[in-house]
Design a protein around this ligand. Structure first.
Ligand code: C5P
Length: 276
């Protein structure tokens, strides 16, 4: 059966937050945004491995690198989000099967849940191209000129807001992003790369809770959603991922103790992924 891998895109500077700390390192309910994200993917049994992409000059990441057999390492990001994602895919590429899937997720969406991952993977695994989470647009949409004058009202029928995760066959997505790179075409999400090449990915209804932290006003909202999720169902596995870090055990010590099989897998990990 095809495996599922994850690239967490955390290479942005978050200028719109008007803060010096990039949004993935802001704290919500006692954990950073990126820790919430990593916890959900690492704890999900469908996921085989997770790579995190951070900015080249990122000084905050090291303290947060989780000790978990499924955390494969960090790679450096690029100028655009698509460059960062491509670096993550390139890092995973030699080690995945030809039909394996990848879920690309924004590090700035901390309220991703097991339920949303289940919903996406169940639908997309039966689809020939791949798919993404999205939200149907309920507001009326206006197109404006550069002075803010309304040119026209765009029909909201069949309009969606794209969310992440975005799930595609890893090698197909990698090929698509490489192709667009060579043509100098910029895309803001993975689905756009596939669309550009004539493919028609599936959209699966996501949730308002899966918001992207973009401005300071999003933080209390994310906190509210996360606390709601925590009340709804306790996630002991999620805490365990980070508890191992607090005990200051090394990654291999923890793995050998908890899972000798995973320990052997760790030894086989490629060098670029094993260093952090
Ligand atoms: O800028 P935007 O909000 O669209 O970023 C979405 C996600 O992509 C964020 O998690 C951000 O860290 C990531 N990103 C990246 N590399 C870039 C720019 C953004 O990984 N060069």
């Amino acid at each position: 059966m095809s495996k599922c891998w994850v690239v967490i895109a955390a290479g942005g500077s978050g200028k719109r937050m008007k803060r010096t700390v990039p949004k993935q390192y802001l704290e919500i309910s006692g954990k950073t945004v990126i820790e919430h994200v990593m916890g959900v993917f690492l704890a999900h049994k469908i996921i085989s491995g997770v790579v995190v992409v951070t900015a080249v000059d990122d000084s905050r990441w090291q303290k947060l690198a989780p000790s978990h057999p499924k955390f494969l390492g960090r790679v450096e990001g690029g100028v655009e989000r698509s460059d960062s994602v491509l670096n993550g895919l390139n890092a995973l590429s030699p080690h995945v099967g030809p039909d394996d899937w990848v879920l690309v997720h924004d590090a700035a969406r901390p309220c991703i849940s097991k339920e949303l991952i289940d919903r996406l993977t169940k639908k997309v695994m039966r689809h020939p191209i791949g798919g993404i989470l999205g939200l149907p647009i309920t507001d009326t949409i206006k197109e404006t000129d550069h002075n803010g004058g309304i040119i026209k009202t765009v029909s909201r029928e069949s309009m969606w807001l794209a969310q992440t995760p975005q799930m595609f066959r890893l090698q197909t997505l990698r090929g698509a992003l490489n192709d667009l790179n060579q043509r100098g075409v910029k895309v803001t999400d993975e689905a756009a790369a596939m669309e550009f090449l004539g493919m028609r990915p599936l959209i699966v209804e996501g949730s308002e809770t899966n918001l992207k932290i973009t401005t300071p006003a999003d933080l209390p909202l994310a906190e509210y959603f996360l606390e709601g999720q925590a009340k709804e169902f306790q996630q002991p596995e999620k805490r365990a991922v980070f508890a191992t870090k607090r005990t200051k055990k090394t990654e291999s010590e923890v793995i050998k103790k908890t899972s000798p099989k995973a320990g052997r897998r760790l030894m086989k990990r490629p060098k670029f992924l094993g260093s952090e």
